[in-house]
Design a binder for this molecule. Structure first.
Ligand SMILES: Nc1ncnc2c1ncn2[C@@H]1O[C@H](COP(=O)(O)OP(=O)(O)OP(=O)(O)O)[C@@H](O)[C@H]1O
Ligand SMILES: [Mg+2]
Length: 440
């Protein structure tokens, strides 16, 4: 089944109508944003990528026609679909009749809605991707699964950077898909036919990293018995992915900076540098800015790398994607281990939904894989690892004494201001001495 991925903004002052539309669009596999007024709609338009606007015309205050004009002026390529009870308001009627606007007359059926949406949407946002899921309930983009806002935003950024050579810095916790994102940028983009070379800066011994990255000239050092290309030369025209950039030594940092500034690489032992057309994507789960502050990462390099910044969200911040991820990994590993028809009980799924996944998607993928190996046909609670089963239901997290909540809050504030106690005391509106006592 061809999967549709489009973000649709629906605007109506009638909440029931909004709910109904959202449900119908969801059944059609579209993601939607709801706005109950033009003002809300404009806010959403400004901060999200919207592929189609569906709006009611008659709304109290600013009406739908005003919104349509605004969108025409500011978001010219967003198509508009009007929903109207009676297409009789002067300007609107004219616009509709002239064919300038697509419209749907209330009440309409789900099929009528589907036809109108598909007709209005630009063809590219109906982009489909082969996905080996029979139900096709989840969205997959370059291997990235999810339909939450966080994942949609991630995909939007990838779409924006994939066709140019701007340097990208991907930051996020371990297991959140940094490498997956780097690959998606490359393989979805204009240089996909050229190489994608991934280098784990943390895995190559420090003394070899420089020669691995930049290559060397015969005789450059003992052991350099021939000319050798580095990863940079090998990735020419394509993408070099510098994973775990936070572990690069000072000398590698200096040389990387030069590559970024001059857009050329020089093999070790060579005088002449070669010009190079390459996209650099770096990734790290370190807090690079912190490393800049404490002097372990070059500030100038940080800013050169950080032209486009992508943050891969921890799984606990987009838990609504858990069911899709689970289903996907179930299918994947069931096929791999020849256990077709394996399913998971709702109770077990609820446990997975509740857990916070500190190891993020990787932890979940590994867990599903293990459980499939260990179980037949149906996965139930008793198949799950112990530590998952005893996570507290969300409500239990509320059952905390005040002093504990206070402590957590203080620690959070402190870490948000890099442990600057004066600043933390200001935010908490207590004096430094009180803060010090509390910390004791
Ligand atoms: N949104 C996602 N959809 C599908 N699979 C995902 C997603 N995010 C992560 N994964 C999977 O989780 C695993 C870990 O992803 P990846 O290696 O890209 O993480 P990472 O951020 O580079 O982690 P680390 O910092 O530990 O290297 C991979 O198998 C990847 O395919
Ligand atoms: Mg990684």
């Amino acid at each position: 089944m061809a999967l549709k991925k489009a973000n649709i903004l629906i605007v109506d002052d009638d909440y029931d109508m909004l709910e109904l539309l959202q449900r119908q669009l969801q059944d059609l596999n579209f993601h939607s944003y709801k706005a109950a007024s033009v003002v809300e709609a404009v806010t959403i338009l400004k901060s999200n990528s919207v592929d189609l606007l569906i709006t009611d015309l008659q709304m109290p205050g600013i009406g739908g026609m005003e919104l349509i004009k605004y969108v025409e002026e500011h978001f010219a390529n967003v198509p508009k679909l009007v929903i109207t009870g009676y297409p009789s308001i002067d300007g609107a009627l004219k616009a509709i009749k002239s064919g300038a606007l697509d419209y749907l007359v209330k009440p309409f059926t789900a099929e009528e809605l589907q036809k109108a949406v598909e007709k209005s949407l630009p063809k590219k946002s109906l982009h489909s991707e082969n996905n080996n899921q029979s139900g096709g309930e989840s969205m997959v983009y370059g291997g990235i699964i999810g339909r939450s806002n966080k994942i949609s935003q991630l995909i939007d950024i990838i779409e924006r950077v994939k066709n140019n050579r701007a340097t990208v810095l991907i930051q996020g916790e371990s297991g959140t898909g940094k490498e997956l994102v780097a690959r998606a940028i490359h393989y979805k983009g204009a240089f996909a036919a050229n190489p994608f070379i991934a280098v784990n800066c943390g895995a190559i011994p420090e003394e070899l990293l420089e020669s691995e990255l930049f290559g060397y000239k015969k005789g450059a050092f003992t052991g350099a018995t021939e000319n050798r290309q580095g990863f940079f030369q090998a990735a020419a025209g394509g993408t070099i992915f510098l994973d775990e950039i936070g572990t690069a030594s000072p000398s590698v940092q200096t040389r990387l900076l030069r590559v970024l500034q001059e857009k050329e690489v020089r093999r070790i032992g060579e005088q002449k540098a070669q010009k190079i057309e390459i996209r650099i994507i770096a990734a790290t789960n370190n807090n690079l800015l912190q490393m800049v502050k404490n002097g372990s990462f070059r500030e100038d390099l940080y800013y050169r790398l950080n032209v486009v910044n992508i943050h891969t969200p921890p799984l606990r911040e987009h838990k609504e994607d858990i069911p899709f991820l689970v289903q996907n990994f179930l299918k994947k590993y069931a096929a791999e281990y020849g256990k077709s028809n394996i399913s998971i009980t709702q109770k077990a799924e609820e446990v997975l939904q509740r857990y916070d996944w500190p190891g993020n998607v990787r932890e979940m993928e590994n867990m599903v894989q293990r459980v499939i190996i260990m179980s037949e046909k149906v996965i139930d609670i008793h198949h799950l690892p112990e530590h998952l089963k005893y996570t507290l239901p969300t409500t239990a997290k509320l059952l905390k004494p005040l002093h504990e909540v206070e402590k957590e809050h203080i620690l959070k504030i402190l870490s948000s201001v890099d442990h600057n106690k004066t600043r933390a005391a200001e935010i908490l509106q207590i004096d430094r001495k009180t803060l010090r006592n509390k910390l004791k």
